[in-house]
Design a protein around this ligand. Sequence first.
Ligand code: FES
Ligand SMILES: [Fe+2]
Length: 350
Amino acid sequence: MAKPTIPMIRNQWYVAAYGYEVGRDLLARTVCGEPLALYRTEDGDPVVLADRCVHRRFPLSESRLDGDKVVCGYHGFTYDKTGTCVYVPGQQRIPRTARVSSYPVVEQDSFIWVWIGDPAQADPTAIPRAPWLADDEWTSVYGMEPVAARYSLLVDNLLDLSHETYLHGGYIGTPEVAETPIDTEVDETNRIVRVSRHMADAACPPFYADSTGIQGRITRWQDIEYFAPCLYVLHSRIAPQGSVPRPDGSDPEGFHLQIVYAIVPETENSVLDFWAVARDFAREDQEVSDYLAKFNRTVVLQDVTALNLLEKAIAQEPEGVQELSINIDTGGLAARRMLRQMAEGTPAAV
Ligand code: FES
Ligand SMILES: [Fe+2]
């Protein structure tokens, strides 16, 4: 396998921001190479416009709001929330071509989702769900780190958690993660890759020992669902060693975390790494929240450092350098295959 390069897939929903980031100040983000300006109307609805004034390219994100309209900070071209120019300085006639793209946008599960491609294909019901992030029964912490690496490297990283043992040793990794084989399942119809690793008897890494208070060995389950291309959920279950859910599905001894990532191609060689950790225990405990936020960010930054190095290595390597894949790569390879099909426009299997 040559370079792990997969084209950015435009006709898909992507997370552009957390809802709390978007307000009455303009926010700049780039998704699939498209510079975007985000804001909320006075009624609170999110708006996403192309971040480039049609006049002389001034970024609208560096401009100002007048009610629900954006007034370009350079010469005052003014756009409504549909991107239509409603005012130009010094003349009555507004050129017909004076408009910027406005993108389909949906706020759901604490995320602002945007559709970059053909608006006619934007189906809000196709947005994958991460309900825990906006559910009172769960407590969440959040962050986003930009990575100077192509998005496929982040997909590889998240689909193969055996790296926890080495890259995140002493944080979330223990020997059992790398040693326990995975089960991989590919749902071609819904374009989901599932990777499971159930460890019956494992050491408890600090991330879980400190947040749950469990002492001693644990039963640790990692069940990944990757909704290609953007949303990744790691359903993490931690329990005292030997404990499994009851036959009726209840799980009083289990601690559950939904570790959510949104993988957002920014440019060909950069990706936005949105991460969130939702938990169903110690929900009111601010210390646990602060701990998980700080700790998870540290772990994410370990990944960022590694992926930045990989991107540099790829940029410098001669053509034709081959990778070597083994069993742990099954999920990552399935994800790459799925993304390639999507990039080529192959319809999902029925
Ligand atoms: S660049 Fe926006 S009005 Fe001139
Ligand atoms: Fe990692």
